[in-house]
Design a protein around this ligand. Structure first.
Ligand code: ZN
Length: 471
């Protein structure tokens, strides 16, 4: 079957421009705009709430969600009966702990049982996670989630001083230009949203000059991007002594490494505002203008940090991030294990908003390398041996077994044996001498189907998933 996306990608550029703007108008159209403004006003009100009022709001929303789950979602109807929980027994936020943690595998295996029966098919949309290394996971979202997500987005963008009159460049996963294209344009302009979408799939050294030229011509006030994609652009500009001042760079969807933040902020002479969320739990936390951490969007989800016994840990302690969605009724996720580790911060943000703060999530379970002596080394730490490596254009670390990692390297013409020696030395300092490290030189490192790029891929943690996956 030929997909709409394939027809679009095979069309001539002038026709693609028309199709692109028809699609863009459809999702930012009149009805959607009205819902968006209503939601945004609501969210602006909540950001002035006291902490106790935010907690009360969470409880009110949780009660609605739990009742909905019991009445309409077969998975939860059965589960609540088994654990002898009546929705009316959820009287405070602590009672949420009576509901077991939901794993990603449970969601994958119970798609139809987790789908609300009272929401007509035409009122929900199918989405999937990127499935960076595993298979993708399908899930449903409410049709009205678009204006809702847009409102959360704009509240967060407003924190950076970015407003409706401003232009932005987007560097994210959507395939907007055929991969075989070798001449500009590598972008599409969405006139309804003052948004220039750059293709994330053509960011090669050869084609980057076209991107930079277009960037200067368009003169955006912000870029919203995957960290790895905006980093490629910024690194190229840094290497060529170019800067472009903007209000903000918004990053999301991948781990943002300190080295990426440093280069991007220098080149674009502004701060990065990071967002933490998943495809299936989109707006967990967003960074404000004080950059003291990421604010939990407390109206959107109840975010808990748990230890291995599924008990909450105190603020300032690391644990597994588990979220309960409060906005999506088509496929509710209660105490959903995100697979990420993080921590709630004990401090209050000087910006005056009372949403709790969380530390940036830099330690995705699958972003860590496990050493033969059972140490977990985070991707952030592994960036250090690469910092002095001027002759490496791109790299990726892959671990398939505990004794061995493979480093994929795209090198430039000046790369030599001395570079390999220096890199191996640095890596052994992080990983110990018992870890076998192999360097593999490649022409390119592919992004996933959704255009994401993962710097560290550990395939061994998935095999070590010891959580119970059946109720
Ligand atoms: Zn703040």
């Amino acid at each position: 079957m030929i997909k709409t996306e394939d027809i679009y990608l095979r069309s001539p550029i002038y026709f693609q421009k028309i199709l692109f703007n028809i699609y863009a108008h459809k999702i930012t159209g009149q009805k959607s705009q009205k819902d968006f403004h209503i939601k945004l006003r609501e969210l602006e009100k909540y950001q002035c709430y006291s902490f106790s009022d935010l907690k009360a709001l969470q409880l009110e929303r949780l009660k609605i969600m739990v009742n909905h789950c019991y009445d309409n979602v077969p998975f939860y109807g059965k589960l609540f009966d088994e654990i002898k929980l009546k929705p009316s027994e959820i009287r405070n936020l602590e009672d949420l702990h009576r509901i077991p943690v939901l794993t990603r595998n449970q969601v994958k295996n119970n798609l139809s049982l987790l789908t609300a029966k009272n929401i007509p098919k035409n009122q929900r949309l199918t989405r999937n996670t990127s499935g960076t290394i595993g298979s993708p996971m399908f899930f449903f979202v409410d049709r009205k989630s678009y204006p809702i997500n847009r409102a959360y987005t704009w509240r967060y963008w407003n924190w950076a001083g970015f407003n409706y009159d401003d232009k932005r460049v987007t560097l994210q996963g959507r395939r907007i230009i055929n991969l075989e294209r070798t001449k500009p344009p590598f972008w599409m302009y969405n006139k309804w949203d003052k948004q220039l979408c750059f293709s994330t799939y053509h960011l090669s050294e050869e084609l980057l000059p076209y991107y930079v030229e277009k960037l200067f011509e368009f003169a955006p006030q912000a870029i919203d991007a995957y960290p790895s994609a905006v980093y490629v652009l910024a690194k190229y500009m840094e290497d060529n002594n170019m800067t472009h001042k903007m209000k903000a760079v918004f990053t999301s969807s991948e781990t943002l490494y300190p080295i990426q933040r440093e280069v991007v902020e220098n080149v674009f002479q502004c701060k990065i505002f990071d967002k933490y969320g998943l495809s299936e739990m989109f707006f967990v936390a967003t960074e404000c203008e004080e950059h003291e951490g990421l604010h939990l969007n407390m109206e959107y989800a109840i975010t808990q940090v748990l230890n291995e016994q599924d008990e909450p840990v105190a603020p300032g302690t690391k644990g597994r991030i588990v979220c309960t969605g409060l906005e999506n009724f088509s496929m509710p996720l209660i105490r959903y294990d995100t697979g990420d580790t993080g921590e709630i911060l004990p401090n209050k943000c000087p910006c005056g908003r009372n949403f709790s703060l969380m530390a940036p999530v830099t330690t995705k379970v699958e972003d860590q390398i496990l050493t033969p002596d059972k140490r977990y080394i985070s991707g952030s730490l592994l960036t250090f041996p690469f910092k002095p490596m001027k002759n490496i254009i791109k790299s990726q670390i892959v671990q398939d077994d505990i004794q061995h990692i493979k480093i994929k390297i795209v090198k430039n013409n000046s790369y030599n044996n001395e570079d390999s020696k220096k890199l191996l030395e640095g890596l052994h300092k992080c990983l110990g001498n018992n870890m076998k490290v192999t360097l593999e030189f490649v022409d390119n490192i592919k992004r996933t189907k959704n255009g994401k790029y993962r710097w560290v891929i550990s395939n061994i943690h998935r095999k070590m998933d010891f959580r119970k996956d059946n109720i």
